[in-house]
Design a protein. Structure first.
Lengths: 318, 795
């Protein structure tokens, strides 16, 4: 991981390109450059096409990639469309966890009762991902691969301690969320690998959960969002806590200090306030047009307090 | 007699066509063999061009031509200064393609024409331009300091215009003041962001020497005048058609943009149609914007709260060029006293060049800035004097008996006097107070405070000078075959619903169904006198011209029908497409009347038999058309207003500021609005709501961002935040109808009304909500969560 100073510098460089593009770059336009379009019939074929076509990219729902191409931020030599691979379209409960195929649309996952029963955080957070027409096309795995630092689903994967399955010419490997998201729009996936699925583990039984977000407009990427999973022992003290946030750094972040402060707490107002204060330290995103750092810290503290309260209300004790 | 259509809430004629995708916008015009243009634009805010190498681009497959300033001949000029004014010296305007220097990121440097847009774009990227970047200053207040980098070396301190207007005797009044309130306010830059960006397509017919241009413009006649002048062609050899246009909001009244000249030029040169459809990024960096102004406003008052004088000194950002003159700043400076009597006014502005996209009107055109300045100052004065915010306004409003109220010494943007012609300002204020629930608010606010919530009430009053001249015309004709009525005028619609309101006006005079009145606008080939759509003027100026014309056609129709029905003209009534004598069975269709008034040789249908030479009613003792008579039922007339007519209104809101997220939640928003007689309340409400949505954008979300090098950093819809439907709260609108004495229909404009007061209203409400938290001031828009956080943190 980059050192704090480096990270800030990288952020600044990135920011100069705004979220998608920097209009002062001469070749920046809103029409895509020439590319080939290839349809894969199976995962194997997709992976083979990826190796055979240097500079090719996977096309899932296209809701992030196509704009990036139009702005000439991405100029793939070819697009490998995986959206018609039937095997990648299923949501399965495997070992009690939710496995989401690479071609599953956000909207299908959001509406899946089976997935909701296992890990309700996904549906809760998906309500905040863009708007219905975009969720009808965009895929959850595509969102994980795109790895926008303010995106909700990467944060939920991290919060839930999930993983993705990467497959390349040399077979499959499991990458835990904690190792997958490296930087804004950068993951540890190798160029010749495709992510075939993501697994969102079940919430611990009896755990309370909550998600809270603030965006300037409904459906926008988060200025900040926080998720929490809390477990309590019989006398109501916190036995285990997981919190994660997005929009506040160059990737989704676990709020380890907040978690540690909560273990053993009985969630008095003072303890919750203190947890909010601790959360502020996780903010590393510099000032941008939507938020100053100071405001983002204030916001993150508020959202953190809110999710702790809400999650604790949902906990089944013991 | 059928019921009156003027004032009826009739649905818009155009909606079914537009909403079912049957509109025809410029890009839908099918031009066989068309070529496509793309532009090379400056990547620097200010730079010297050492050279442009087009050789590689020219060789790219599919490229037909590459233009720079060196091969566009007579187009290599500074574009016209559309509205000259003595306050500007050597006003700077842009060249179609940069020569020597560039002045903002996005300025057009070269144009590539190719077989399709993709090829044109790719080839544009191959044009190699060698730039030497120069220093820039983006901050308006820094830009006028000595030693600041200059946008134009011709203009010291970057001052484009310096203009002062005075009404009354302010110096004397300043001395009599018992209290002075002084604040500094700032409104930031936004953009119209119409759904359809700008468009232009052109075809040249060499055998006839005729140029046809389809242009998504608000000013087809202006574009024709510009093209004819610059190309040295007769006006009637240039036809400009504004087809369906997806929103204008002022950005499209400006002309000519470089593409509006270069595309026709290429079409003439290459002998093939050429099309240019601006994309969203280009709209952000290449099409004009508005709003940034910094006002230092002072109110000189008596202890009673009566304001006896106002002094305002403001900076107006005009961007890199000033092609539309000082119009925006002038509207702001003449609207600065709002609805108040304030008899003594001293207002000065300086228009400042900055290396940014040029500034020309965007819906509101200086009015939102003026409203923000005076209304925030009124709130401040109220607070300082301990007077309630409604009461201080009540004490200063122009009273009913004061109308017309002239501000001697101030000239409006039409060069005519500022004369607030009519209104019920006090009644509107009372209505606003009742509608927002002022009497119950204090209790509500303290209940909310007990629950830890910050509730505030905001208020702002606005005036809107509308319906500017010089004139518009109308042409009305009843068709002999169908009996349908055709109406033309010189200005054009961008979705406002002109066709419906003009049809209502004509329907009342001619007794035909609204659907049977066909309004055709925006084609210089069908009507060639008039100005353009801007300044909320279509209903006032074209509406009255069409009304006057329809009255003439009514007279012709009644006279001819009386003759056919052998009745006294006073007995004849026009209703449901017929002329009839009530209480008898004598009636004749308008189609038949129109046919009968056209002496015919050939009976091409049965109605026409009655107009042929041997028919019973035909004359046999003289010419069929007597001297001075014209065939058919048809007239043309014009309306030229004496001066602008002033609409006005009050906005009030109850807002909650969430101290956790710093979000502003608008709980209730009311608008009292008076645009004189309403032709169609549905359309009036639509205009108010649309303006309101843009007002919400300006108040809370939209800000064009530039970095310190002059790079636009949010030139896209991801980062430039236009409110979605989910961000626009419900608005409750109530109307007053105080007729304007300045025109026969008694109407005033409504196009810009909705947006003017939103920033001031929400700032007032947010300030009120956070008053217990330390009394931070909100003197700048847009108001962002970060600003609210900062205000609370300071407390
Ligand atoms: C207006 C708008 C608002 C939005 N708001 C939000 C929001 O609030 N929150 C949010 O999280 N997202 C938001 N999005 C993004 C949306 O969620 C996208 O759908 C998602 O980020 C990407 O999914 P996709 O299927 O469209 O991926 P694509 O656009 O097809 O691909 C995205 C990237 O991931 C790569 N990729 C995709 N699938 C794979 C794979 N299986 N293996 C390897 N690489 C792969 C692609 O090559 C590409 O680089 C918004 C999008 C739009 C247009």
């Amino acid at each position: 991981m980059a050192a704090a100073g480096d990270e800030l510098r990288m952020w600044r460089n990135f920011q100069r390109r705004a979220r998608f593009f920097r209009p002062d770059v001469g070749e920046c336009r809103v029409k895509p450059p020439l590319f080939d379009y290839l349809v894969a019939r199976s995962s194997d074929e997709a992976i083979r096409l990826l190796s055979d076509n240097p500079g090719a990219m996977i096309l899932a729902g296209g809701q992030s990639l196509i704009p990036a191409m139009n702005f000439r931020l991405a100029s793939p030599s070819a697009l490998i469309d995986i959206s018609r691979i039937a095997a990648l379209k299923s949501i399965d409960i495997v070992d009690g966890n939710v496995r989401v195929g690479a071609a599953v649309k956000h909207r299908d996952l959001e509406q899946s009762d089976a997935a909701f029963a296992v890990n309700p955080l996904m549906r809760t957070a998906l309500h905040y991902v863009a708007h219905v027409p975009i969720r009808n096309r965009g895929t959850t795995v595509g969102s994980l691969c795109h790895a926008d630092a303010a995106a909700e689903m990467p944060m939920i994967l991290l919060l839930s301690d999930g993983w993705v399955m990467a497959e390349g010419p040399n077979g499959q490997r499991k990458i835990p969320a904690a190792e997958f998201f490296e930087f804004h729009m950068t993951t540890t996936r190798e160029a010749d690998e495709m992510i075939v699925s993501a697994t969102f583990p079940a919430l611990p039984s009896g755990a309370g959960y909550a998600f809270a977000e603030f965006a300037r407009r409904k459906g926008d990427y988060a200025v900040a969002a926080v998720g929490a999973i809390l477990e309590c022992d019989l006398d109501g003290r916190v036995a285990a806590a997981r919190l994660a946030a997005c929009g506040i750094a160059s990737r989704p972040i676990r709020l380890f200090d907040v978690e540690a402060s909560l273990v053993g707490a009985n969630l008095s107002d003072a303890e919750i306030d203190a947890a909010g204060e601790l959360a502020k330290e996780a903010v590393t995103a510099p000032d941008d047009a939507n938020a100053t750092t100071a405001y983002r810290q204030h916001l993150l503290a508020s959202l953190t307090r809110r999710v702790i309260r809400e999650a604790s209300e949902k906990v089944r004790k013991g | 007699m059928s019921t009156r259509k003027f004032g009826a809430p009739i649905k818009r004629n155009i909606d079914p066509r537009l909403l079912t995708g049957r509109g025809a916008f410029t890009d839908d015009i099918n031009l066989p063999g068309v070529l496509h243009a793309a532009f090379v634009r400056s990547p620097f805010a200010r730079a010297r061009i050492n050279g442009i190498d087009t050789s590689i681009a020219e060789q790219a497959e599919g490229v037909v031509a590459v233009y720079t300033c060196d091969n566009i001949g007579h187009l290599d000029i500074e574009l016209p200064l559309l509205i000259p004014h003595p306050s500007m010296t050597k006003a700077r305007t842009q060249r179609p393609l940069a020569r020597g220097d560039v002045y903002y990121v996005g300025q057009t440097v070269a144009m590539v024409v190719a077989v399709d847009r993709y090829v044109a774009e790719d080839a544009a990227a191959l044009v190699d331009v060698d730039y030497d970047p120069l220093d820039v200053e983006l901050d308006l207040e820094q830009a006028i300091e000595d030693g600041a980098p200059l946008v134009h070396p011709t203009h010291p301190n970057n001052i484009a215009a310096d203009f002062t207007q005075v009404s009354g005797d302010p110096e004397a009044a300043f001395a009599e003041a018992e209290h002075v309130t002084r604040i500094r306010v700032q409104v930031d830059r936004s953009t119209a962001a119409a759904m359809e960006c700008r468009t232009v397509a052109a075809r040249y017919d060499a055998t006839r020497g005729e140029l046809t241009v389809w242009d998504g413009t608000q000013a087809p006649l202006g574009v024709r005048g510009g093209l004819a002048s610059i190309f040295g062609m007769d006006e009637d050899k240039v036809r400009v058609i504004a087809p369906d246009v997806g929103g204008g909001f002022g950005q499209k009244v400006m002309f000519p943009y470089p593409d509006e000249l270069l595309v026709p030029h290429a079409a003439i040169q290459l002998g093939r149609p050429v099309k240019y459809i601006e994309d969203r990024r280009e709209n952000f960096i290449g099409s004009n914007q508005e709003r940034t102004q910094i006002h230092e406003i002072e109110l000189f008052a008596k202890k009673t709260g009566e304001v006896i004088a106002l002094r305002d000194n403001f900076l107006h950002d005009t961007g890199a060029f000033i092609p539309y003159g000082i119009a925006v700043a002038q509207v702001a400076s003449t609207s600065i006293a709002g609805p108040y009597r304030i008899p003594n006014i001293h207002v000065r502005f300086r228009a400042v060049y900055t290396p940014t996209v040029p500034v020309t009107p965007y819906r509101g055109c200086g009015r939102p800035q003026a409203c923000f300045a005076i209304e925030r100052a009124m709130d401040q004065l109220a607070e300082e004097l301990g007077i309630d915010r409604f009461e201080i306004r009540r004490r200063n409003l122009i009273r009913d008996e004061d109308f017309p109220y002239t501000r001697e010494g101030l000239l409006f943007a039409d060069g005519l006097r500022v004369k607030l012609d009519s209104g019920q300002y006090l009644k509107a204020l009372d209505m606003a107070r009742d509608a927002i629930g002022w009497n119950e608010f204090a209790a509500m606010q303290s209940r909310a405070a007990d629950e830890g919530k910050s509730l505030g009430l905001g208020l702002a009053y606005y005036v809107e000078g509308t319906g500017l001249g010089p004139y518009e015309g109308g042409h009305v004709k009843i068709h002999p075959i169908t009996g349908k009525v055709y109406v033309n005028t010189g200005l054009t619609s961008q979705g406002q619903g002109h066709d419906t309101v003009f049809a209502q006006i004509v329907s009342d005079q001619l007794g035909v169904k609204v659907e049977d009145v066909i309004v055709v606008e925006g084609d210089t080939g069908t009507f060639e006198w008039g100005v353009a759509t801007f300044a909320s003027r279509a209903a006032v100026v074209s509406g009255n011209a069409i009304h006057k014309t329809a009255v003439k056609v009514r007279e012709q129709t009644i006279k001819a029908a009386a003759n056919m029905l052998e009745a006294d003209p006073l007995q004849v009534v026009l209703s449901d497409g017929y002329a009839e004598v009530p209480g008898t069975n004598r009636r004749v269709s308008l189609a038949a009347v129109a046919t009968a008034t056209n002496p015919l040789r050939y009976a091409f249908n049965s109605a026409a038999q009655a107009a042929t030479q041997f028919a019973s009613a035909s004359r046999h003792d003289g010419p069929p058309l007597i001297d001075g008579q014209h065939p058919g039922l048809e007239a043309t007339d014009y309306f030229s207003p004496e001066c602008a007519t002033w609409a006005y209104g009050v906005h009030a809101a109850i807002v909650e500021v969430d101290r956790e997220t710093c979000r502003v939640d608008v709980k209730k928003y009311i608008c009292i609005h008076d645009c004189g007689n309403m032709i169609n309340p549905v359309i009036v409400d639509g205009q108010v709501m649309g303006g309101f949505a843009q007002g919400i954008g300006g108040a809370l979300y939209e800000r064009i961002e530039y970095d310190t090098d002059g790079n636009p950093t949010n030139a896209n819809f991801v980062d430039f935040l236009i409110p979605y439907a989910t961000e626009v709260p419900a608005i409750e609108i109530s109307h007053l109808e105080t007729p304007s004495p300045l025109n026969p229909l008694g109407v005033k404009g409504v196009g810009e009304a909705g947006c003017i007061a939103v920033g001031a209203t929400l700032a007032s409400g947010i300030e009120d909500a956070l008053r217990p938290m330390g009394g931070a001031k909100f003197h700048k828009t847009p108001i962002t969560p970060s600003m609210i956080f900062e205000a609370m943190a300071k407390a």
